[in-house]
Every structure is written in structure tokens, then in C-alpha cells.
Design a protein around this ligand. Structure first.
Ligand code: SAH
Length: 262
């Protein structure tokens, strides 16, 4: 029996198999043995993912979907497939994985930002993520400075990952169709992260963008920066969206350094 879509879980089941195949083929990582799929629903992506040699872990919150998956994929269960009924946002992923894993999913739109924040928490273990998002969110994540869409998630994600907007997906290929278009993204971990302190970067970026119309000097005055460096002085005259990802990294590392000196 098919799963009846539940609105409060953000369930929009993808009907188009070519698109499902294209999404799964967007995963490029070859070294990692594990794939984590978030919100598999009735397994339209799972079907294609099982063709690869990797081990697959599914995390699905909806018991109807889990029952459906357990029934339909029972031959794969003992071998390469694990199905976990849980809320992804509440999971301790360190308990589940003591190694690297790549992440994939047609994400429930209502929690897609939280999925990304959680990815950042576990970035040491996640070399790659391919995901379907609401189109606007996907564009925001890839946005460049000096645009209205450039924001907290653009900086944080791009500090650690190369973000590529792959393709747009129409409403009508889902059951039920969502109200908005979707966009598929690939995030690939950068090899040499230059950030000393992620928590501080998170704080600086949030503080800066929460008052995005103010000059940085006013927005981040809580850090009491000494006016010693020309580069920093230059940043402080700008607004958050005028700084590049590299500028934010430089600024954060500068603040971190100054904490140590004082
Ligand atoms: N991948 C499927 C379903 C996409 S809809 C497809 O492409 O057809 C989003 C899925 O995420 C639904 O199955 C929903 O039950 C699941 N989901 C919603 N919130 C979740 C959460 N917090 N943790 C895990 N899964 C969740």
C-alpha cells in the first residue's frame, strides 16, 4: 500500500524516475563507504542508491514510510541497508557513524536549514552532500556577496564546502505538488579549511547578518576590536553582505587571535 502524504512532515513524493536517478548520480565521492539518506519516504532515491556498492542508512521519521520501506526493501535489509525510524534533527550521528558518510535526500522543506546546520556540526565526517531544497533556499546557499540573498547559511556553508546549484525541479513531478520550485545542490568539502574556531565564525556571521543594514563596526562592536589592522578597518566600514566568505574567515580568525592576546 502506498503512503498517504502528510503535510506536517513536508511529504512531497517524487514521481519522476529520471530526476531521481539524476539526483543520486550527482553524488561524486568515491572513497566513502556509507551513504545516509534523510527522509526516504517511499524510497524513490533509495532504489537507485542501492545499485551502488556503498552501505546505505535511511533515517525516516514517518512510521508509515518506514513500514513501506521495510516491506519493499526486505531483501536488502540484512546486507547493505539499515532503516532507522527517527527524527534526523534529534539524532546523535556520532553514535550511528564512527566514520565518514555522504548525505543525500529530497529534504523536507520545513527543516532544510536545520539539516544544513546539523551537517556543519558533523562536517568532519561529511565530505559531500547532495540534496533537494526549496529553490530559494538552494539559491541562498550558493549566493555570492553583494546580493540580497547572501546570508548566514551562504557564508557558513561556503566556508567549508564548495556549493554548486545543479538543476531546478518543477512542482508537477511531486505528489502532491509543492507550492514552490525545487533546486538540487551539491556540497563538496573543501580540503583545507582555514577557520580556527567554527563556533566563533557562527557567532560572528549571525551577529553581522542579524543587523545586516548596519556597518560592521556597529553590528559587531561586542567584540571590541582594536583598530590596528588596515584590512580589518576596511571590513568594519562595510555591511555584512559586502564581505566575502574569505573576509569573514579572516575577520573571525583575527577576533580569535585577539582573544588570545588580551
Ligand atoms: N525522498 C522522498 C520523500 C521526500 S518528502 C521522495 O523523494 O519522494 C520528505 C521526507 O522526509 C518524508 O518522507 C518525511 O516523512 C521525511 N521527514 C520529515 N521530517 C523528517 C525528520 N525530522 N527526520 C527524518 N525524516 C523526516
Amino acid at each position: 500500500m502506498l503512503v498517504k502524504p502528510k503535510k506536517y512532515l513536508g511529504q512531497h513524493f517524487l514521481k519522476d524516475l529520471t530526476i531521481a536517478k539524476n539526483i543520486t548520480e550527482a553524488l561524486q565521492n568515491t572513497t566513502c563507504d556509507y551513504i545516509l539518506e534523510i527522509g526516504p519516504g517511499m524510497g524513490v532515491l533509495t532504489n537507485f542508491l542501492l545499485k551502488s556498492t556503498k552501505k546505505l542508512v535511511l533515517i525516516e521519521i514517518d512510521s508509515d514510510s518506514v513500514a513501506y520501506l521495510e516491506h519493499n526493501f526486505k531483501n536488502d535489509l540484512s546486507d547493505k541497508l539499515t532503516i532507522i525510524e527517527a527524527d534526523f534533527l534529534k539524532m546523535d550521528l556520532k553514535e550511528q557513524f564512527n566514520h565518514q558518510f555522504v548525505v543525500i535526500g529530497n529534504f523536507p522543506y520545513n527543516i532544510s536549514s536545520q539539516i544544513l546546520f546539523k551537517t556543519l556540526e558533523y562536517k568532519e565526517q561529511i565530505p559531500e552532500l547532495v540534496g533537494m531544497f526549496q529553490k530559494e533556499v538552494a539559491e541562498r546557499i550558493c549566493a555570492k556577496p553583494n546580493s540580497k540573498t547572501f546570508g548566514i547559511l551562504s557564508v557558513l556553508i561556503q566556508a567549508y564546502y564548495q556549493a554548486e546549484y545543479l538543476f531546478t525541479v518543477d512542482e508537477h513531478v511531486f505528489n502532491p505538488p509543492p507550492k514552490v520550485k525545487s533546486g538540487v545542490l551539491r556540497l563538496t568539502k573543501k580540503s583545507e579549511p582555514q577557520i580556527v574556531n567554527y563556533k566563533l565564525l557562527l557567532q560572528v556571521v549571525k551577529t553581522a547578518f542579524n543587523q545586516r543594514r548596519k556597518k560592521l563596526r556597529n553590528a559587531i562592536k561586542i567584540y571590541n576590536l582594536p583598530n590596528s589592522e588596515p584590512t580589518i578597518e576596511e571590513y568594519l566600514e562595510k555591511r555584512a553582505e559586502q564581505l566575502s566568505v574569505e573576509d569573514f574567515i579572516y575577520l573571525t580568525n583575527f577576533i580569535e587571535e585577539n582573544k588570545k592576546i588580551r
